[in-house]
Design a protein. Structure first.
Length: 336
């Protein structure tokens, strides 16, 4: 059992900033996220996408924003349960909740803050009939441990930052024995620097770049042994490989959150804008996962919501204490 002051469900930018705001009030936080690393969409889908509406930063890459938020939260020593989705929440006492993940990890706290962004992310799967037969047998939708591809042949499919970045990583670090990148168009959606790197690696023979094509079939006995590629010019190509990694992004859904007894409206959690509390006392919802009149799905709005939620959480956890607002410009930041 992991015990803390505040359980934060979602380790995206809003959840990470909430760790900082909670820490200023001497409240410990533990974050749960279904993704294998902190950062939510900013890390998983568009780490190299520039963001222009973060106060004080005329422009900052999404991945850099997450790095900064992690550094800002570090003095408060947050705990993390990553690669596990929160599936159950139970009230076990007047002032205690237990949140359980899909892997059975249990967390206990008097306050739960849901900062789940757009919800649980599920991979977008290509329309290949037999693909489910090879899941965890050579088909991976998210790269969690690059080490499993050591000296293995890999076919990556996709045209965004995730596909480009992982193809570059596996090739430049000499991890995979062979890296092929398959994309249905001749142009890519990813960052220009990444596109240029892929072109350079292709010229050097370190990446097999197959454009205007898509993977339409998978073959093998018990594990992936080959993929069938349909090329617009050359027709059908069968390519031997050990892994097929379709990186087409992630699709969001509320997932188990929808079954927790919270008031839901238009696939989002209704909150009271006084403190962003839900209809269940002790549970708050901040960021893109919540809804209210004039809601704006902006990171900076989520930062405000998290700040207000932890002020209310402090009063709930310590009803006998008076919380006097202390400015960091005067008191600095005192970690744990």
């Amino acid at each position: 059992m992991i015990k803390t002051d505040i359980i934060i469900i979602g380790a995206g930018p809003v959840g990470l900033f909430t760790v900082f705001e909670a820490g200023l009030l001497k409240l410990h936080s533990h974050l749960i996220d279904s993704l294998p690393q902190p950062g939510g969409q900013c890390s998983e889908i568009y780490p190299k996408k520039p963001i222009y509406d973060i106060p004080g930063f005329p422009e900052i890459l999404a991945g850099e924003l997450i790095d900064n938020l992690m550094e800002q939260a570090a003095p408060f020593k947050p705990g993390f349960t990553l690669g596990e989705a929160a599936v159950e929440i139970d009230k076990v006492a007047e002032d205690k909740f237990i949140v359980t993940t899909d892997k059975g990890t249990k967390h206990e706290a008097p306050v739960v803050i849901i900062a789940g962004g757009l919800g649980v992310f599920e991979p977008r799967k290509p329309p290949i009939a037999e693909i489910t037969d090879f899941e965890d047998k050579g088909v991976e939708y998210i790269i969690k441990d690059p080490g499993i591809y050591q000296d293995e042949r890999c076919v990556i499919a996709g045209g965004g930052d995730s596909a480009l970045d992982w193809a570059i990583f596996l090739a430049e670090n000499n991890i995979a024995s062979e890296v092929s990148l398959v994309h249905r168009r001749s142009s890519f959606r990813g960052h220009l620097d990444s596109v240029q790197k892929i072109m350079d690696l292709a010229d050097q023979g370190k990446v097999n770049l197959i454009t205007e094509a898509e993977v339409v079939g998978i073959g093998g006995k018990g594990k992936v042994e080959n993929v069938v590629i349909e090329h617009q010019v050359e027709g059908e190509i069968t390519k031997e490989t050990d892994h097929f990694i379709p990186l087409f992004g992630l699709k969001p859904s509320l997932g188990p959150i929808a079954n927790w007894g919270l008031e839901i409206e238009k696939n989002a959690i209704k909150v009271d804008t006084t403190d962003y509390s839900t209809n269940i006392p002790g549970i708050y919802a901040i960021g893109d996962v919540n809804t209210y009149q004039n809601k704006l799905k902006l990171i900076l709005c989520g930062f405000h919501e998290g700040t207000m939620a932890v002020q209310s959480a402090f009063a709930r956890i310590y009803p006998e204490k008076k919380n006097v607002l202390k400015y960091t410009t005067v008191n600095g930041v005192q970690g744990f």
